[in-house]
Every structure is written in structure tokens, then in C-alpha cells.
Design a protein around this ligand. Structure first.
Ligand code: TRP
Length: 480
């Protein structure tokens, strides 16, 4: 059984894969602008507290359950009790929908990287257009969006087909150190540009008045949602990665290393992105447009010339690495489900075939995300209507139906993931008992769960309460 499923080859390889899953678009794109818009240093303080009181415990819970039962999300919850299997299915479904929109975004990142490579060699990589114009034209061009989306998905299929040690681990062991190195180069280059200081200030200066203007609960919810997505928690991703861990691997330290590394890279990403915008006079408070429109302009008009193209290439290459190491973990959740099912039936699982099947289905489901011009709809020149128009909703369009990406995101990140995390903490805290987790950690010779008392309080009280708050406010927010 062990061999059919695969295993991590080394602790370093596992850590690179797990940190790779965590570090993704959420860190480089979401974190800096959410931090700036929600109180700067004040947001960071709340975020750090949440990582300690919610992130550590949830990370530990997922890794330990995965290793204990040796199966993916569905198999693990089924092993806990037949009546909990739905929590596992919800996880696989979340992975399915997140991967669909995540890969469309990944494809777009690839397009920008290719554009800057072309510019480095003196060609026009963006049709000679300004950043806003190019973005509008590209996102409403069905052909380009689909091609880059497809290439990104094929990359995922190739890596996940290679298996745990020979695919995911092998890729992450090279990609993650490369990502860290590129990030440092960009941070240093940006730091010496005149005017960069305002960007650090936007991010880090604590604006406690934001608690009053944005509302404390809003900030808490934004920070908690961001932390969950960023740490790849709540849908069985870390359960699945944990299921490939041997008993010799130290969960007591890994539960801390992964969240800390993820948080450091999120902060570092902010230190690259925000000061770069500030130095070249771009509006960094813009929110979601940041990754494509604003940063494109920073590199092509702000920095300009060969160095601008080189930095642009390096930056989007870094984002691409971050996106791929995350998307493969989402695909693995779905693939592992099919593999476990085969093994349960006593059949020989064919990883390559199963990966190809599930990725193809996900690709089809993601097509609407690639075709509605990210919310422009047919009215804005895209090939497909936005969900609201599609479904005939005209009045008071809630966020969930203003584009296909938001619809998928709201289903997965908005509802299923917080519900999944809530269920897991209740199961560990109140049904199974936290001792199960402690025993699993202490399966490793010489290892003691150092924060047991604290973890118990987290599982029983803190995580369920925070997740309930997130779930309720998320639903209210997404549906207007
Ligand atoms: N953590 C990744 C990011 O920050 C995205 C991701 C990968 C994810 N796997 C996940 C999010 C599982 C939630 C659940 O971009």
C-alpha cells in the first residue's frame, strides 16, 4: 500500500513541496495589497497572531491526520468515521474549483513572462500597447487565454504524473530555492530606487485607525481568510501531503517551519512589490489589478529599457514558480482521491492516467473563467457572459456572480474551506480528542509535542470560533 501511493524522499524535499504549496499567488498578490489596505502594520500584527493561534494547530492537525491514516482527504475523513466522509469530498471539490481558476491566472502569469522575454530580445512582447490596454485586449481574447491556460495545465499534469518523489518533490527542490534567490535579487534592486520608502511605509506603518474605518471584524476576517488560503489549509491539501510522510519525519517542527516560511515570503513579496510601485509613481492601493496592470507598468514604463524587461521577466518567472508549486498541490488532492479509490478496490492505480483524466475535467470546468474577460462579459468584448447575466440576475449583483472566477472562489474559499476547517477542528477537539494528534506526533522516536496544552486550546476553542466568524462573514460578503 505504502509503495503504491508513494512517499517523500527526504525531509528537505517534503518541506520544499509543502512550502511550495503554501507560497503562491496568495502571497505575492493578495498579501501585500490586503495588508496595505487594511491597516498596514496593524494588519500584520493580527495576521501573525492568527498564524500562531490558528495556523499552527490547523497545519499540525492536517499533517498528523494525513500521516496517521495514510490516505488523501476523502480516505482520511472516511477512516475517522463514515459520517464525516462529506468533509473530505468538500475538500476535493474545493481543490477542483480553486485549481480551475488558479490555472487560468497561472496561464496569464506565463503570458506576461513570455512578453518580457520577447522584450528582452528587442521584440514587442505586448503588442506595443500600454499596460491597461494590453490587459483588456488579452483577457477578452478567448484564443490567447485558452492557450496559456492549457499550457499551464499541461505543466501541472507533467509534474504530478511524475509522482510524489519523482515529480512534485523533484520539481519543488529546485524551484523553491530559485524562487527565494530571485526574490532577494528583486528586493535589493527595488530597495536602491529613489522613492521606494513610501511603499514600505504603506505596508508596515501601523494604521490602527483602520480598525474604526474598515471595521475590526472585517480586518480580522480578511486576515484569517488570507492566512488560510496562503497556508493551503482547510481542504485537505496538507492532509494529502502529510499522507506521504514517513514516521521518522518530525511533525512538531514542521508545523511551525511551514507557516513561518510562508509568512516570511509573503512579507518579502510585499517588500518587492509595494516599494517598486512607490518608486515609479504607481498607485499601489489598487487591489487586484496590482499583479498584472500595475506591475506591468512598473517594469515597462517605470524601470523601462533592458533592465525593466529583465526585472519583469524575473518577477513573472518567480510568480510562475510560486503558482506551479501551489497548483500541483491542488491537483494532487484530486489525483490522490482517485488513486486511493483504486487501491481500496484492490486495483493497481495508474497515476499518469488518473492525473490526465482529472486534470482534463478540471480544465473543462475552468473554461468559463478564461472566457468572460475576468468580468468584462460579452458587453466588454469577451466571448462569454458573466454568471449574473448568464443566470439572468440583474439587480444588485452580488460579488459571487460578477465573474466566473469569483463564483468558483466563493464556492471554494468562501464556503467549503472555512466549513472544512471548522469541521476538522471540531472533530479533533471534541470527537477524536487531541490526544490522537499528540500520539501521532510522538510516533517519531524522541519527539514530544512541545505545545500540547496550547494546541488543545486552539483545537477546542480558538480555531472553531475564528472559523465560524470567517464562514459567516464570508457568506455575507460574497452574497452582497
Ligand atoms: N497557498 C496557495 C497560495 O497562496 C494556494 C493554494 C495551494 C491553496 N493549495 C491550496 C489554497 C489549498 C487553499 C487550499 O496561493
Amino acid at each position: 500500500m505504502e509503495n503504491k501511493r508513494g512517499q517523500w524522499g527526504s525531509s528537505f524535499g517534503f518541506l520544499m513541496a509543502a512550502v511550495g504549496s503554501a507560497v503562491g499567488l496568495g502571497n505575492i498578490w493578495g498579501f501585500p495589497y490586503k495588508m496595505g489596505a487594511n491597516g498596514g502594520g496593524a494588519f500584520l500584527l493580527i495576521y501573525l497572531i492568527l498564524v500562531v493561534v490558528v495556523g499552527f494547530a490547523t497545519m499540525l492537525g492536517e499533517l498528523a491526520l494525513g500521516r496517521k491514516y495514510g490516505r488523501g482527504a476523502v480516505g482520511t475523513y472516511a477512516a475517522i468515521g463514515k459520517k464525516w466522509t462529506w468533509v473530505g469530498y468538500m475538500g476535493v471539490a474545493s481543490g477542483f474549483f480553486i485549481l480551475a481558476f488558479y490555472s487560468v491566472l497561472g496561464g496569464m502569469v506565463l503570458r506576461y513572462m513570455v512578453g518580457f522575454i520577447a522584450e528582452m530580445f528587442g521584440m514587442t512582447g505586448f503588442g506595443g500597447l500600454g499596460s491597461g490596454e494590453f490587459f483588456g485586449g488579452f483577457t477578452t481574447n478567448a484564443g490567447s487565454m485558452l492557450i496559456y491556460y492549457a499550457i499551464f495545465m499541461v505543466l501541472n499534469i507533467i509534474i504530478v504524473s511524475g509522482g510524489i518523489e519523482g515529480g512534485i518533490e523533484k520539481f519543488s527542490k529546485i524551484a523553491m530555492p530559485a524562487l527565494a534567490a530571485i526574490l532577494v535579487v528583486i528586493i535589493v534592486y527595488v530597495a536602491v530606487q529613489p522613492g521606494a520608502g513610501a511603499g514600505y511605509a504603506f505596508m508596515f506603518v501601523p494604521k490602527f485607525e483602520a480598525f474604526a474605518t474598515n471595521g475590526f471584524f472585517n480586518i480580522l476576517r480578511t486576515a484569517a481568510g488570507q492566512m488560510f488560503f496562503s497556508l493551503s489549509l482547510g481542504m485537505g491539501c496538507m492532509i494529502t501531503y502529510g499522507s506521504y510522510l514517513g514516521k521518522e519525519q518530525n511533525l512538531d517542527t514542521n508545523m511551525v517551519i511551514i507557516p513561518v516560511a510562508d509568512t516570511c515570503i509573503a512579507i518579502m513579496a510585499g517588500m518587492a512589490v509595494m516599494p517598486a510601485c512607490a518608486a515609479f509613481g504607481m498607485d499601489y492601493g489598487r487591489g487586484p489589478g496590482l499583479l498584472f496592470v500595475t506591475l506591468h507598468e512598473v517594469f515597462s514604463t517605470g524601470m523601462g529599457g533592458f533592465i525593466g524587461s529583465l526585472m519583469g521577466f524575473l518577477f513573472y518567472f518567480l510568480v510562475l514558480i510560486a503558482a506551479v508549486t501551489s497548483s500541483i498541490s491542488l491537483l494532487e488532492v484530486c489525483t490522490a482521491y482517485l488513486i486511493d479509490k483504486k487501491i481500496e478496490k484492490g486495483e493497481e492505480p495508474d497515476r499518469k492516467k488518473l492525473t490526465l483524466i482529472i486534470a482534463s475535467i478540471i480544465f473543462v470546468v475552468g473554461i468559463p473563467v478564461a472566457l468572460d474577460g475576468l468580468g468584462a462579459g460579452r458587453a466588454g468584448g469577451a466571448a462569454l457572459d458573466i454568471p449574473a447575466t448568464f443566470l439572468g440576475i440583474t439587480e444588485n449583483i452580488p460579488m459571487a456572480v460578477d465573474c466566473w472566477l469569483d463564483l468558483y472562489d466563493c464556492l471554494a474559499e468562501g464556503i467549503m474551506m472555512p466549513l472544512g476547517a471548522l469541521m476538522m477542528s471540531i472533530l479533533i477537539g471534541w470527537v477524536l480528542g487531541t490526544k490522537v494528534i499528540k500520539d501521532e506526533v510522538e510516533e517519531t522516536a524522541g519527539v514530544k509535542l512541545t505545545m500540547y496544552k496550547f494546541m488543545e486550546i486552539c483545537f477546542k476553542f480558538i480555531v472553531p470560533v475564528i472559523m465560524a466568524i470567517v464562514l459567516i462573514s464570508q457568506i455575507m460578503d460574497f452574497f452582497g
